[in-house]
Structure formats: structure tokens, C-alpha cells
Write a protein that binds this ligand. Structure first.
Ligand code: PMP
Length: 321
């Protein structure tokens, strides 16, 4: 789909995967005006294909568009286009429930211009690729390093938008985590370096003394669709859940007094990822003996169950194609 000033979005089309050609002065190369989404189509136990809350991805895309001064898309049109696209080639559907198709919608500024202003022209593209099945051998807890030196997002910045720049600013932290043998970075707030925000590609939850706590959406955290879904599942099971500010000191203290029961991340790719180890300053904490906790396991089973059609979708989250 293309956007041209004065015309709007036009020329939606499905074409074979291929390189695109852009002028070297296309604004995306210089000023980072880009937004994207990530979602999946899942193969169910009866070999159907379903989408999980895709309308939320297009709503979030428009929210990101607004922050990045990109013209909004028609969310219903985008959803219809996505359905058609997934259905174009059902060949990718192996007879393997749990297998998925990763879907990446994105928008880039294509106006040929050097000088900073919102671009006049854009491209909206959706690419997809088959991705593996859920972890075959159960779920391996991840190790996470609390980042001290760098921040990913600040108040008033672009943190809650899904834009390339946020991921660029996170690279340095990821590099440090990799070097130390950790798989992801836990980001703290950009002002006091004290409140927990999120992990590289997932939102984070702590179970402390029976209550599940996740940082509230404060403008610098990505409003994860899995995060929102899991809060709803927890509420439906009468498990106490709080969205509020939580400092890293509170997490450390809970660990020291034995009330930090579970830590897990949520995300489209991460699904539910239990955190087995956290490192903050020079201290390393093993969480729940490095094993997946009861609540994390229940959320994992519920989410993957709904996504594969094994568990009834009482929330109305899935669209069968
Ligand atoms: N935070 C960040 C920074 C992410 O990139 C993602 C993955 N999109 C998430 C959280 C989780 O969001 P979702 O549940 O919508 O995949």
C-alpha cells in the first residue's frame, strides 16, 4: 500500500516477495520515521489457521503512527488485507499444531528529501515467514540482566510506540547482556533508573506473595497485546493482579525475604517466558529454583491452548481463517 500526499493510502496489492527499490534520499534512511508490528497466524489442532487479536496490532500501529507523524491507516482494510494475504498460500501450513506464521506489518517514509519534517510519502508493507513450533522440550527459563548504564525510553519519548529507534537505542544493552551470558535486558525507567519498565522484546511480570504485579503503562512501555491478554486471564481466574509502578528495590527485597515467587515475560514471540535468573548490580538471583512457576505455566497453557484451538476461546480473541 502506498501513501501519497494529496491522495492518501492507495494501490493495495499482493505481490511475490521481492526486494524494493528506494531512492538514497528516501527519508527512512536518514530520520528513522518507521513503525512496525509483530503478530502470528497459528495452526490449530484441526489444521485451521487462526489470528490472535490482530485488530489490536493495527490499533497499536495507528497509535505508533500518531507518535511518529505518519498518516493513519484504515484498520479494517488492513485486517481484510492481512486475511487475504495469509490465505494466498496455504502451502506454508504444515500438519503441525503450534506451528506459526510470523507476520510483520511495517510503514516507512519514502519521500525523497534531506531535511527533517514528517514525510509526504510512505509505504505500508506486510511480510511473513513461517516460524517454529512452541518449545518442544518444555519452556526454558531465561536469564535477564538489569541494565544500569543505558536507557531504552524516557517520559515523553517514543517508548510506547513500536518504532525502529527504540530498538536501536536498546542494542547497546543487548550487547552487554550477550557478553555477560544473559539472553535479554531488563530496562529501568530513564529518569531515576529505579522503576522496572520492560524487557527487550517482552513485558515483565513479578509474582510477589501471591500477587502478580506488572509495570503500569506509563508512556515509555510498549502496551503488549500478550500483556493485556494475560492480565485478563489472571483476573478471570481470580488471581490478584496489579498494574503499578514497581521498583527494582522492591523486587530485590522480595527476593531477599523469600516472597519473590515467579518472574515471567510476555510477548508474541516470547509467549510466556519464565525468568530463571536476574542480575542486578553485582548480585545474581535465582528465581523459583530456575524452574517455571505455577502461574507462568497456567498462563502458558491457556495462551497456547487458545492459539492452537485446544482451549475454548472464551474471550473472543481469535479469528479463524
Ligand atoms: N515490549 C517490546 C519492546 C516488544 O518489542 C514486544 C514485542 N512486540 C513486547 C513488549 C510484547 O508485545 P506483544 O505482546 O504485543 O508482542
Amino acid at each position: 500500500l502506498d501513501y501519497t500526499e494529496g491522495i492518501g493510502w492507495h494501490d493495495g496489492r499482493i505481490i511475490p516477495y521481492q526486494p524494493i527499490s528506494l531512492d538514497p534520499s528516501a527519508m527512512i534512511f536518514h530520520y528513522g520515521q518507521s513503525v512496525f508490528e509483530g503478530l502470528k497466524a497459528y495452526v490449530t489442532v484441526d489444521n485451521d489457521i487462526l489470528l490472535f487479536r490482530p485488530e489490536r496490532n493495527f490499533a497499536r500501529l495507528n497509535h505508533s503512527n500518531d507518535r511518529l507523524c505518519i498518516p493513519k491507516i484504515d484498520e479494517e482494510y488492513a485486517l481484510e488485507a492481512l486475511k487475504q494475504l495469509v490465505n494466498v498460500d496455504r502451502e506454508w501450513v504444515p500438519n503441525a499444531p503450534g506451528t506459526s506464521l510470523y507476520i510483520r506489518p511495517f510503514i516507512i517514509a519514502t519521500e525523497e528529501h534531506l531535511g527533517v519534517h514528517p514525510a509526504k510519502n510512505y509505504k505500508f508493507i506486510i511480510i511473513m515467514s513461517p516460524s517454529g513450533s512452541y518449545y518442544k522440550e518444555g519452556i526454558n527459563p531465561v536469564k535477564i540482566l538489569v541494565e544500569q548504564q543505558f536507557v531504552r525510553a524516557v517520559k515523553g519519548g517514543t517508548g510506547e510506540a513500536k518504532t525502529g529507534g527504540n530498538y536501536a537505542s536498546a542494542l547497546k544493552g543487548q550487547e552487554i547482556a550477550d557478553r555477560e551470558g544473559y539472553s535479554q535486558t531488563l530496562w529501568l525507567d530513564g529518569k531515576e533508573n529505579r522503576y522496572v519498565e520492560e524487557v527487550g522484546s517482552m513485558n515483565i511480570f513479578f509474582k510477589i506473595n501471591g500477587t502478580v504485579i506488572t509495570p503500569e503503562l506509563n508512556g515509555s512501555i510498549l502496551p503488549g497485546i500478550t500483556r493485556d491478554s494475560m492480565i485478563q486471564v489472571l483476573k478471570s481466574k481470580n488471581i490478584p493482579v496489579e498494574e503499578r509502578r514497581i521498583s527494582i528495590d522492591e523486587v530485590v527485597e522480595a527476593h531477599h525475604n523469600g516472597t519473590l515467587e515467579e518472574v515471567f515475560g510476555t510477548g508474541t514471540a516470547a509467549v510466556i517466558s519464565p525468568v530463571g535468573e536476574l542480575k542486578y548490580l553485582e548480585e545474581k538471583f535465582t528465581i523459583n529454583k530456575g524452574e517455571i512457576g505455577e502461574v507462568s505455566q497456567m498462563l502458558y497453557d491457556t495462551l497456547t491452548g487458545i492459539q492452537t484451538g485446544k482451549v475454548e476461546d472464551t474471550f473472543g480473541w481469535t479469528i479463524r481463517l
